[in-house]
Design a protein around this ligand. Structure first.
Ligand code: ARG
Length: 458
């Protein structure tokens, strides 16, 4: 005899291997709060519309609240034999209330129920992730405010290119993170439609009130087509995509922290609490946290790919393939939260070696563009100025020196346009301070960027 809740058509007990294979309770149980909230709203609507008796509706609501409290308190454990969280809660309700419990699932299917639960779960998670990103942006602004004058080399191709400041570099990441918040907000907006009432695929013949459930659960609107309401997981994919993009930014940042904390750079040092040692090499201090973030980024991309591939060939409406959505999106969420939780304090405690940054900036001929611009301002065509400066750089390399240390005679040997004011024109401070166009590294420009970021996370 089949004792499943959906028994009736079936004459046999399901093979225990199929049961295990089919079951999702081991991972979807984490949505129990959303599932119960959804059921409370559904039961309220069933009572208000008279689809079920009002008194029974109230009993169901009481029962559901009792189950919620018992799970929260650890008094009620999830039954691993249950097919999923929806079946578990419904059967627990029926065990507690008898026939009344059996009325909850009127005018509902697990297909619209799960579509609701995941949306609610993701909405809750996005509401936690956004403040974490804002906190990180705040830390970046704090670091930037203290380092408006901390000159460092800016790179292209990982070759020293032009001087910037550490503040300017930090604010680059702040801008990426602001866009990340926008992506989460967009995903949130689009998933904020309430699918319950879609039923299995074609709604129901009962006189349900979808708008009431929508309002009770705090959604903006209801989904407009029942097939779509139960069968798309685009909102999971959008969320995974926003997470992937955020991870990409954290990963690039991590890569830079790894480089900066190497002896070859030594621009920063991580606090001992956020670095690890080696079991064999006593001198080592390893930036494991950042390496793990870089590694976990690949894992999150995998989650996104799982969701995209899972959905690409499924016909409308619901298919069991879609049960695979949860482990992927849950993993992406858990991973990004874990990364943010560790990354934020690691960043706010890291120490800066400003001298090393400055020395690196002083050595890479990163004022060569400014030297050429100096000549242009004195009337030379840019191509000639470029060539003269290039020759000077080659001369410096050969003589193991830098532009700002050349004598005025050495300058004049290449062009008599050079004058004593060249030293000021190619000093690192001038190079940075002159780049005060909006978005640039000059302290006054970076201050504007900080104000922009602070306003964005208000
Ligand atoms: N556990 C299922 C899932 O996560 C719930 C929906 C089941 N629906 C069904 N018709 N079997 O997708």
């Amino acid at each position: 005899m089949n004792n499943k809740m959906w028994a009736g058509r079936s004459s046999k007990e399901v093979d225990s291997r199929v049961n295990d294979f089919n079951s999702s309770i081991s991972f979807d149980s984490r949505m129990y709060r959303q599932d119960i909230r959804g059921s409370v709203a559904h039961a309220t609507m069933l009572g208000d519309t008279g689809i079920i008796d009002k008194g029974e509706s109230l009993k169901i609501i009481e029962g559901l609240k009792g189950i919620l409290a018992d799970i929260d308190d650890g008094k009620l454990q999830f039954n691993p034999e249950a097919e999923d969280i929806h079946m578990f809660i419904e059967s627990e309700l029926t065990a507690r209330l008898g026939d009344t419990g059996k009325r909850l699932h009127t005018a509902r299917s697990r297909n619209d129920q799960v579509a609701l639960d995941i949306r609610m779960y993701l909405k809750d998670e996005i509401k936690e992730i956004i403040p974490m990103i804002k906190e990180l942006i705040g830390v970046l602004c704090d670091i930037a405010e203290k380092n408006l004058d901390t000159i460092m080399p800016g790179y292209t191709h990982l070759q020293r290119a032009q001087p910037i400041t550490f503040a300017h570099h930090m604010m680059a990441y702040a801008m990426m993170l602001i866009r990340d918040i926008g992506r989460f907000e967009d995903a949130y907006k689009r998933m904020n439609q309430m699918p319950l009432g879609s039923g299995a695929l074609a709604t129901t013949t009962y006189p349900i009130n979808r708008m009431q459930v929508c309002e009770l659960l705090g959604f903006d609107d209801i989904t407009q087509n029942s097939l779509d309401g139960v069968s798309d997981r685009d909102f999971c994919i959008e969320t995974a995509s926003a997470i992937s993009m955020l991870m990409m930014h954290l990963s690039r940042f991590s890569e830079e922290i790894i480089l900066w904390s190497s002896w070859e750079f030594k621009f920063i040092e991580l606090d001992d609490a956020y670095a690890t040692g080696s079991s064999i090499m006593p001198q080592k201090k390893n930036p494991d946290v950042t390496e793990l973030i870089r590694g976990k980024t690949g894992r999150v991309y995998g989650d996104l790919n799982t969701l995209l591939v899972m959905m690409k060939g499924t016909p409308l409406a619901y298919n069991k393939d879609m049960q695979e959505d949860k482990e992927a999106i849950f993993d992406a969420i858990d991973t990004v939260k874990l990364c943010l939780t560790t990354f934020i304090p690691m960043l706010s405690t890291m120490e800066l070696y400003k001298e090393n940054m400055r020395n690196a900036a002083a050595r890479g001929f990163i004022n060569a563009t400014d030297c050429a611009d100096y000549l242009v301002k004195k009337g030379l065509p840019f191509r000639d100025a470029y060539k003269i400066t290039g020759t000077l750089v080659a001369y410096c390399i050969k003589n193991n020196t830098v532009l700002e240390k050349l004598s005025i005679d050495e300058f004049k040997a290449l062009s008599d346009v050079f004058d004593g004011d060249v030293y000021d024109a190619i000093s690192l401070e001038t190079c940075v301070n002159m780049r005060k166009a909006d978005g640039g590294p000059a302290p006054e420009a970076v201050k504007k960027q900080i104000a922009y970021a602070r306003a964005a996370v208000k």
